[in-house]
Design a protein around this ligand. Structure first.
Ligand code: CA
Length: 246
């Protein structure tokens, strides 16, 4: 399929029995796959080459997959990260940590399901990643009425701007912000965020929502903007512009 051509995937997985069928599956979809068996070479590659998606094993011979995840995000990687985890017990740990992953799959998994998750992440991240790598920058969609919006969300290109500076959001962070922005000022429930941003395959922990909200707040703060994500205890979250009269 033409829209999926050219996507670049980095597979960080030491087990050939898992890596080789995955590489074949991705290549059949015309994705370009690079594979490394250890974490440090994976981090180095991400710093050298653009990737749209990283599929990351947790149990690696050199450093932990979680550490790989944390470090590539710190280095500014904004594409998707799909974590592969061997044991159920690892999942809670992953979800509880602010490592910047977008999705998780427990081994053993079906190739078809993994491919579906990878496709979904690629769709969500494709525009923001390709725009930074190459290609024309889209003309921002004009926002009527407000002169200089403190926050602007462009759903077509999946980019968000605070005071006209682009926010470096991951796919999930963008989805959460986009939902909150759609109903600005109103409460968006935790259930709705979980349903719409994480699909029914998600294994139910809402800790990941809090982690994502936390990162989103940090990025909004870092941008120097006035828009805030306000917690409505026991219900959900609301987007407010602190500069406006509430
Ligand atoms: Ca492993």
């Amino acid at each position: 399929m033409i829209p999926e051509m050219g996507h670049r995937i980095l597979l960080v997985e030491d087990d050939d029995g898992i890596a080789l069928p995955l590489i074949r599956t991705f290549e059949r979809e015309s994705y370009e796959v690079r594979r490394v068996a250890e974490g440090l070479p994976g981090i180095a590659l991400v710093e050298q080459e653009p990737f749209d998606l990283i599929v990351l094993d947790l149990g690696l011979p050199d450093i932990e997959g979680l550490e790989v995840c944390r470090r590539v995000r710190e280095a500014g990687y904004n594409g998707g990260i799909l974590i592969l985890t061997a044991r159920g017990g690892e999942i809670d740990r992953v979800v509880g940590l602010d490592v910047g992953a977008d999705d998780y799959m427990a081994k053993p998994f079906g190739l078809a399901e993994l491919l579906a998750r990878a496709r979904a992440l690629l769709r969500r991240t494709a525009s923001s990643v390709s725009h930074t790598a190459s290609g024309p920058v889209p003309v921002p969609v004009p926002v009527p009425a407000v002169a200089a919006p403190a926050l602007r969300v462009d759903r077509q290109s999946r980019r968000a701007f605070s005071n006209d500076a682009e926010l470096p959001l991951t796919a999930k962070e963008f989805d959460v912000l986009s939902l909150l922005e759609q109903d600005r000022g109103a409460v968006v429930t935790r259930e709705r965020l979980m349903d719409e941003v994480w699909d029914q395959n998600w294994f139910g922990s809402t800790k990941t929502l809090d982690v994502t909200i936390g990162r989103l707040r940090q990025k909004l703060d870092d941008s120097g903007g006035t828009v805030q994500v306000v917690t409505v205890r026991g219900v959900g979250f609301r987007l407010e512009d602190g500069a406006e009269d509430a």
